[in-house]
Write a protein that binds this ligand. Structure first.
Ligand code: HEC
Length: 145
């Protein structure tokens, strides 16, 4: 009999929603190549994330993706968004792969402006995290034109 997995959602004091149980078997596999942050990842974050997460003094869920440390740290959920070296355990990956209901990133109703990442792009983000989430010093995101 097929086993159904449900994402259990809990509400934190800050109002942020965290998934306790995510079906990581549904994640696209990490890309099998050496990832270059500036070339492969930065443009994706700038196009699909940065408008809400760092381009303004107030970021959604107080999550700033401008630079490496805050991108890893997470926002008001108080949970790390990126677990360096472990993409399958990284909430950011769960969110961009639409594995967590209500926390699909970019939000489902905003995808006309902020495109959903393709499976290939999720695979690149996974590889980037697995390879240490390397982010050259001094590089910051900027608004995509
Ligand atoms: C249109 C605005 C918008 C865009 C674009 C967007 N997000 Fe979000 N993001 C939100 C909102 C709103 C929340 C808070 C959701 C909640 O807690 O219910 C959030 C929460 C998050 C969180 C949880 C932060 C925390 O610790 O509380 C992460 C991680 C995240 N987003 C990653 C991303 C990534 C990665 C992208 C791009 C692929 C992205 N978001 C694109 C609006 C956006």
């Amino acid at each position: 009999m097929p086993i159904k997995t449900f994402a259990l959602i809990s509400l934190s004091a800050a109002g942020a929603v965290l998934a306790d149980n995510v079906d990581i078997a549904k994640l696209p596999a990490a890309a099998d190549k050496e990832v270059d942050f500036v070339k492969d990842i930065k443009p994706l974050f700038e196009q699909s994330c940065f408008s809400c997460h760092g381009s303004k003094p107030r970021a959604k869920s107080k999550y700033f993706m401008n630079q490496r440390d805050t991108a890893i740290e997470g926002g008001s959920s108080k949970e790390a968004a990126i677990v360096v070296g472990k993409s399958a355990n990284s909430p950011l990956v769960h969110f961009i792969a639409d594995l967590v209901e209500e926390l699909e990133m970019p939000p489902l109703d905003k995808r006309d402006k902020y495109p959903q990442l393709t499976d290939e792009q999720v695979a690149l983000v996974r590889a980037w995290i697995d390879q240490g989430a390397k982010w050259p010093d001094g590089v910051e995101l900027s608004l995509a034109k």
